[in-house]
Design a protein around this ligand. Structure first.
Ligand SMILES: NC(=O)c1ccc[n+]([C@@H]2O[C@H](COP(=O)([O-])OP(=O)(O)OC[C@H]3O[C@@H](n4cnc5c(N)ncnc54)[C@H](O)[C@@H]3O)[C@@H](O)[C@H]2O)c1
Length: 309
């Protein structure tokens, strides 16, 4: 199949492309603003194509849409803080560009779209959030992603993934994601002050996210027109539990809880991943695998530009 991946040079894309190229021809449309050659390894592959451009550019987008059978729209301003900082670009990239895709594809062309599970907000006690639980996003990030998901599901042709918070190494690393961030701080600072320590989150390894996309491609007709939670069922953890897990790997790590600070998306939920598991998808990487992998990866780089160590 010919697949367009928008935002394919980002954190998820630069791992996902490796999985897609095993069986498909891949077109990546990205602004490449980070100036990091995260896709360099694939350039020798004849089935890999790069288009440098903006997903909101109708002319560029239409010219590529004509060539592909599937679209995986990853391009977005990701996370509540970034969207708050740049609301106009957030809305136009996270929602308007998705509308442009939906409006310009035929009924034969397929979409698999990742959104966030942060829309579940605060769930009641130990009740698991399923795909039928109400979504109540608070931040512009959550709202723009949920609106885009609605649009795709209303179009009658698309699968949406409500992703848990992703962890693991990628050629285009993100240190703002909670597991990646906490392991980094545990390794280099040995200490962390956390807020809302009892708030529960769900996590998933970046390679399992990529495997979930491949699973949906292979089972498209069966899964079409449905949203799926995509997370690791063994990793519904509070922030404090996550810290304790990291401490098992980095015993010098100390953490304390502060009463000050709050999540802009008020995320405190337990997520059920049963629906995607019932289609035959099973994650392969545990949280422990991810923490070990991050510790190994972080041994090779440190970002403190102005530090003397
Ligand atoms: N990482 C997570 O934990 C997570 C969780 C839930 C959902 N998601 C979703 O997965 C997708 C990918 O996330 P990520 O973590 O790889 O983010 P990322 O920020 O690393 O990657 C986003 C990519 O989109 C590109 N991009 C942004 N605006 C663009 C534009 N106007 N035109 C072309 N390219 C543009 C950027 O250059 C970047 O390469 C996003 O849609 C995000 O909402 C991610």
């Amino acid at each position: 199949m010919k697949i367009l991946v928008t935002g394919g040079s980002g954190y998820i894309g630069s791992v996902l492309i490796h999985y897609l190229l095993k069986e498909h021809e891949v077109y990546v449309l990205d602004k490449f603003e980070k100036n990091n050659p995260s896709l360099a390894f694939f350039c020798s592959n004849k089935s890999f194509h790069i288009i440098k451009g903006d997903v909101r550019d109708e002319k560029i987008l239409k010219s590529i849409l004509n060539r592909v059978e599937m679209i995986i729209p990853l391009a977005a301003l990701v996370g509540a803080p970034l969207c708050k900082q740049d609301p106009i670009n957030a809305q136009s990239t996270n929602f308007d560009a998705i509308k442009l895709i939906v409006d310009n594809i035929s009924t034969e062309q397929k979409i698999i779209f990742p959104t966030t599970n942060s829309g579940y907000g605060i769930s009641n006690n130990d009740e698991l959030c399923t795909e039928d639980s109400p979504l109540n996003p608070i931040s512009l990030y959550g709202k723009s992603k949920c609106e885009a998901e609605d649009l795709i599901l209303q179009s009658g042709n698309g699968i949406t993934f409500r992703l848990a918070t992703v962890f693991g190494m990628s050629p285009q690393m993100r240190l703002d994601l909670i597991v990646n961030d906490f392991v980094y701080r545990a390794m280099f600072d040995s200490a962390l002050i956390i807020f809302e320590g009892s708030f529960r989150r769900n996590f998933i390894h970046i390679r399992d996210v990529s495997r979930a996309f491949v699973h949906a491609i292979d089972n498209y007709e069966r899964m079409n027109n449905e949203p799926f939670n995509v997370g690791l069922s063994s990793a519904n953890l509070t922030k404090l539990e996550l810290c304790k897990k990291i401490k098992e790997h980095l015993p010098n790590f100390t953490f304390i809880e502060s009463k000050i600070g709050e999540d802009p998306d008020k995320r405190d939920y337990l997520v059920s991943n049963e629906k995607i598991e019932s289609t035959g998808f099973k994650p392969s990487f545990s949280l422990d695998d991810g923490i070990k992998e991050l510790i190994k990866g972080y041994a090779s780089f440190r970002t403190s530009l102005f530090s003397n160590v």
